[in-house]
Ligand binder design. Structure first.
Ligand SMILES: *[C@@H]1O[C@H](CO)[C@@H](O)[C@H](O)[C@H]1NC(C)=O
Ligand SMILES: *[C@@H]1O[C@H](CO)[C@@H](O)[C@H](O)[C@H]1NC(C)=O
Ligand SMILES: *[C@@H]1O[C@H](CO)[C@@H](O)[C@H](O)[C@H]1NC(C)=O
Ligand SMILES: *[C@@H]1O[C@H](CO)[C@@H](O)[C@H](O)[C@H]1NC(C)=O
Ligand SMILES: *[C@@H]1O[C@H](CO)[C@@H](O)[C@H](O)[C@H]1NC(C)=O
Ligand SMILES: *[C@@H]1O[C@H](CO)[C@@H](O)[C@H](O)[C@H]1NC(C)=O
Ligand SMILES: *[C@@H]1O[C@H](CO)[C@@H](O)[C@H](O)[C@H]1NC(C)=O
Ligand SMILES: *[C@@H]1O[C@H](CO)[C@@H](O)[C@H](O)[C@H]1NC(C)=O
Ligand SMILES: *[C@@H]1O[C@H](CO)[C@@H](O)[C@H](O)[C@H]1NC(C)=O
Ligand SMILES: *[C@@H]1O[C@H](CO)[C@@H](O)[C@H](O)[C@H]1NC(C)=O
Ligand SMILES: *[C@@H]1O[C@H](CO)[C@@H](O)[C@H](O)[C@H]1NC(C)=O
Length: 475
């Protein structure tokens, strides 16, 4: 019965394949065509089915190299706008007419091709409308080869991704040739993450970066020859999205507070900053300072991730002209943070999500500053305080945070817990797992019940009580 059913399904499938002209190793998904395990001309989609716009081709390690030219010359490829060529591990060089026939291509990815070394300088003459070029994870491909192929071509290029380029080669230099290849284009997206070392000759590339909105240099070691201090004011003027995760060498430039005036004004349109793990872990940064802004900067900053930077003290007071009303998410997790000033947090009045987990905030738990820490963050919805070795939380700590939805205090050493929730209306979760609580005060539980009666949902109430009961039993 079962075999017959399978046979029937296979029969139907092969009829469909014959009708549509689909290769057996390919599937159609709306206007996409996806082909896997391409190893020879017999399973290469020389002719495409109708109404396809986007093609993804996965190669094998055994592809016949002589197959690699004239692949896209059938008229069925003319209207393809997106093409990804992945894992064609035997390709060593891409010849001049490789892309012939792809006249309307806008997006091209040639990625994860482990053997790729060369790209003919004229290959992109076949694809004049290309807007996005992804050459990711080709460890033998060198930047100068790409620069030469881009020089004087692809005027419409906006997105360039070179993740892990020349991983097996010497350091990547973003210098004069990079600038020459890209300065006439309007590059808004540049991903050059996962590169061993990037040497930024910033005088040379000052014409490339001012248009860039998205810059990802995470997991790359950045070296800036004559210091970031010398960057002009307009260098990153359009940048909105910056990922510097694990760019540890940056610590030399950003650690000193006196340098902040230059670094801030550079980024006038910045919205997202991921600066996790950029400082060298054993330094232990103590930022004790007043900072006066002469003009409003960073007023669009919405997300700031400074986790894993070993910042022990954040005692900063801003004055002058500043406006951080856009900041909604801040991540200070995993910093060994012992002290953070209420005055700093009060500069971010729109904060909704604050992650202070995995720190040493028990060191400030008995200070008045701890009680007032969040008192100006009236929009706060989610607060993470787990793994802070806290044995005590002041009862008034959240008394002004009326919009709180979740409080995570798990994995601390709380022996007693009784916070004032009379102004908190939307709370759905207090996580108190892994503490040393034996019971909770009756007054607090009564308060909780009232808090939950404000809400319609009985489930919410039950979930929370489950949490508490589980806690009381396990001690
Ligand atoms: C088909 O396309 C849809 C929408 O683009 C996507 O969510 C889905 O994962 C695709 N399915 C397959 C099998 O690729
Ligand atoms: C590769 O393709 C060429 C031409 O199609 C053919 O003559 C040759 O035998 C193939 N080589 C292998 C190893 O399949
Ligand atoms: C390509 O698009 C044009 C304009 O939309 C259309 O006239 C032509 O038939 C299409 N060609 C193919 C092979 O689909
Ligand atoms: C820059 O390009 C020129 C040719 O256009 C080449 O001779 C030179 O070696 C390149 N410089 C670097 C650093 O790649
Ligand atoms: C560059 O692109 C952006 C948006 O993608 C556009 O606003 C700007 O006018 C363009 N600049 C030039 C010089 O083409
Ligand atoms: C930046 O690049 C890294 C590594 O390529 C990637 O994991 C990360 O998601 C990218 N960041 C963003 C925010 O797009
Ligand atoms: C910071 O700005 C002040 C005034 O604009 C300037 O005198 C000082 O040199 C700047 N600091 C650095 C490190 O550039
Ligand atoms: C904060 O960053 C850490 C990694 O450093 C991550 O695990 C955590 O999920 C982030 N928190 C939020 C709220 O995104
Ligand atoms: C924070 O800095 C102020 C000076 O700006 C200083 O008076 C205060 O003692 C500092 N607090 C801590 C806990 O370091
Ligand atoms: C936790 O705090 C107690 C004092 O409250 C201290 O003795 C202990 O060393 C701290 N543990 C850690 C892991 O920091
Ligand atoms: C509670 O949540 C509701 C629905 O999301 C919202 O309309 C209301 O403004 C919230 N109240 C507070 C105090 O945040």
């Amino acid at each position: 019965m079962e075999t017959r059913f399978i046979f029937f399904v296979c029969f139907i499938a092969s009829v469909l394949v014959l009708i549509s002209g689909v290769n057996v190793n390919c599937i159609v998904n709306f206007s996409s065509y996806i082909c896997k395990h391409i190893s020879n001309i017999a399973n290469f989609p020389i002719v495409l089915p109708a109404n396809i716009r986007k093609v993804t081709l996965f190669g094998t390690d055994f592809l016949n190299r002589s197959l690699l030219n004239g692949l896209f010359r059938s008229p069925t490829w003319t209207n393809i706008s997106e093409l990804s060529i992945l894992e064609f591990n035997v390709i060593v060089s891409i010849e001049k007419d490789f892309l012939d026939g792809l006249d309307n291509l806008k997006f091209l990815s040639i990625s994860s091709c482990l053997g790729l070394k060369d790209i003919h300088p004229d290959v992109f003459n076949s694809t004049p409308d290309l807007e996005a070029l992804y050459l990711d994870d080709n460890p033998y491909l060198k930047l100068p080869v790409v620069e030469e192929a881009l020089n004087g071509r692809l005027d419409k290029l906006k997105y360039l991704s070179l993740i892990g380029i020349q991983a097996f080669g010497r350091r990547v230099i973003l210098g004069e040739n990079f600038s020459k290849a890209l300065c006439t284009k309007n590059l808004t997206y540049l991903d050059i993450s996962g590169v061993k070392t990037i040497m930024l000759q910033h005088r040379d590339v000052q014409n490339v970066f001012p248009n860039v909105k998205y810059l990802n240099i995470s997991y790359s070691l950045l070296m800036a020859g004559d210091g970031l201090q010398n960057l002009g004011d307009s260098y990153f003027r359009n940048i909105e999205f910056l990922d510097l995760t694990s760019c540890t060498s940056l610590s030399h430039y950003t650690i000193k507070l006196e340098d902040f005036n230059i670094s801030w004004v550079l980024f006038e349109n910045i919205r997202y900053v991921f600066a996790q793990h950029i400082m060298i872990p054993d330094i232990g940064v103590r930022l004790n300072a007043r900072y006066t802004f002469e003009k409003a900067v960073l007023q669009d900053l919405k997300v700031l991730d400074l986790s894993q930077n070993n910042i022990m003290v954040l005692n900063i007071t801003f004055s002058g002209t500043y406006d951080f009303h856009a900041l909604e998410t801040m991540n200070l997790s995993s910093n060994n943070l012992e002290y953070i000033s209420p005055s700093l947090l009060s500069s971010f009045p729109s904060l909704k999500i604050l992650d202070l987990s995995r720190n040493q905030l028990h060191k400030m738990q008995n200070m008045d500053d701890f009680s007032y820490l969040f008192c100006r963050n009236k929009d706060l919805e989610i607060i993470y305080l787990h793994k802070n070795n806290l044995s005590f939380v002041p009862s008034n700590i959240f008394s002004t945070n009326t919009k709180l939805r979740a409080i995570d205090l798990s994995d601390n050493k709380l022996v007693f817990f009784n916070i004032d929730l009379k102004n908190v209306f939307n709370l759905t979760l207090i996580d108190l797992r892994k503490n040393r609580l034996k019971s909770l005060p009756a007054a607090f539980l009564g308060q909780l019940e009232r808090t939950f009666l404000h809400q319609d949902s009985a489930t919410k109430k039950r979930n929370l009580y489950d949490k508490y009961c589980a806690q009381s039993h396990s001690g």
